[in-house]
Design a protein around this ligand. Structure first.
Ligand SMILES: [Zn+2]
Length: 166
């Protein structure tokens, strides 16, 4: 059972008459502090302290591969998780809650720390589009779910954290 004080769930916002995603565990994510953007000419193509640059160790302790193209991986601190065994119950009758399940992926558009999406050439943009399409097919589409292992074919919410200049 999911604890609403620490696990992802949806809550009903009665004032706006909408369901909203609540992910209280995301406050546990590491934060390097606010960084002011560097002028474009001063950016480094590789930052040894960046969690997302090729070959570096992420906050989870996992090491990134030495990727040379667009790279995608499971978010180390996902807003949603997929566990069909866990449900959620409201701790109070005035709080309407629902289970929220899904996957969270991080996409690094380029191995270069200094490039934003607008700086990437057409071939690099096509890599981003192709990988995003492949990920959508694999994790979200009806066809991708049919190819998933039995018992893991439920529709998923997919949240993306897209990093263009990490
Ligand atoms: Zn980086």
């Amino acid at each position: 059972m999911i604890d609403v004080s620490s696990g992802a769930h949806r809550r009903y916002d009665a004032l706006n008459r909408k369901w909203v995603l609540v992910s209280p565990h995301r406050t546990q994510r590491p934060w390097n502090g606010q960084e002011e953007p560097q002028p474009h000419g001063n950016r480094l193509p590789y930052d040894p302290k960046c969690y997302l640059c090729p070959g570096n160790v992420r906050a989870s302790g996992e090491r990134n591969p030495a990727y040379s193209q667009t790279h995608v991986f499971a978010n180390d601190f996902p807003a949603l998780t997929y566990d069909p065994q866990n449900g959620v119950t409201a701790p109070h009758p005035l709080l309407a809650v629902q289970t929220a399940r899904g996957i969270c992926r991080v996409m690094c558009f380029s191995p270069r720390h200094d490039l934003s999406l607008g700086d990437i050439d057409i071939a690099g943009l096509l890599q981003v589009i192709d990988l995003w399409t492949e990920q959508y097919e694999r994790h979200h589409s009806r066809r991708g779910r049919k190819e998933a292992p039995a018992g893991n074919r439920a529709p998923l919410s997919t949240r993306w954290e897209v990093r263009c200049r990490k």
